[in-house]
Design a protein around this ligand. Structure first.
Ligand code: SAH
Length: 255
């Protein structure tokens, strides 16, 4: 049995959508004091710059289709370091428990007797909504909001019926590559081709782009505008309200 007092803690921490100002105070404090940071490719370099000199940085950057480190290897790395007595700051884009596989990492740690703490982050949906001034819910427009993964096992078999439509907002993560299948799937479920859609690329970053179209035009927009990951697709009437005319607020102008 390992002496518990010598086991490190794994902190699963949300780094938010990009801008370091959108970190929680707890996340910022942990980053500034960390000796070891294990981070994803999605974590903005400006966030990593908060770490002090000499912090060990391990990137386990994942890009769709070519993973540099398999999830099992990431889990094993976290456990190994903690059992060796090191606290590990596992830094993830957005929130660790929304499409971040934080649940799997926490389970692997607990199974190995490693203590885990989880610090929430601003998920891309909230970051995009605020930066692009798109209300995810609105008393006059939407009382239900759903988050779905646009790139997942068996996308076409997933049951999304009823997630989008009148009074609903659907936020699609990881949907750039599969935009044509997504549009087809939703229209196949009976969603009108003219439902408004916003694509928010690089939300909460200085190079953010907000693009608008109707559902039927989504595949074409993604190609024409050369939309790149990370981007969110937001579907619903809330993306076309008048007050979203302010969407292109320059981040630099923020206090
Ligand atoms: N845990 C993260 C999501 C990880 S899945 C979170 O809570 O935000 C990765 C997907 O998140 C990307 O494919 C993209 O759809 C979305 N995403 C992450 N950061 C983003 C950003 N700054 N702008 C737009 N979309 C983003």
């Amino acid at each position: 049995m390992q002496d518990r007092s010598h086991i490190g803690t794994v902190y699963l921490v949300g780094a938010g959508p990009g801008d370091p100002d959108l970190l929680t105070l707890r996340a910022a404090r942990l980053i500034m004091n960390a000796k070891l940071i294990v981070h994803d490719g999605l974590v903005d370099p400006a966030v990593l710059e908060l770490a002090r000199a000499g912090t060990r940085m391990v990137s386990v950057a994942k890009r769709r289709a070519h993973h540099t480190m398999a999830q099992d290897d990431i889990n094993a790395l976290l456990v190994r370091e903690a059992l060796a007595g090191h606290d590990v700051l596992r830094l993830k884009g957005g929130d660790p428990l929304i499409f971040g596989r934080g649940g799997e990492e926490a389970e692997a740690c607990r199974a190995a007797g490693v203590p885990v703490q989880i610090v929430p982050g601003i998920s891309a949906a909230m970051g995009a909504a605020a930066s692009a001034q798109i209300p995810l819910t609105h008393r006059d427009g939407a009382s239900i909001v759903s988050f779905v993964a646009g790139q997942c096992k068996g996308l076409t078999e997933q049951d999304w019926a009823g997630l989008a439509g009148k009074g609903r907002t659907l936020v699609i993560y990881m949907g750039v590559k599969t935009a044509p299948q997504i549009a087809e799937k939703l229209m196949g479920d009976g969603l009108a081709p003219d439902v408004p859609v916003a694509v928010v690329e690089n939300a909460a970053r200085s190079d953010m782009r907000v693009l608008r179209t109707a559902l039927a035009g989504l595949p074409d927009l993604v190609i024409r505008a050369k939309v790149k990951s990370p981007a969110l697709i937001i579907i619903g009437d809330v993306t076309a309200r008048d007050d979203t005319a302010l969407a292109h607020v320059a981040l630099e102008a923020m206090p």
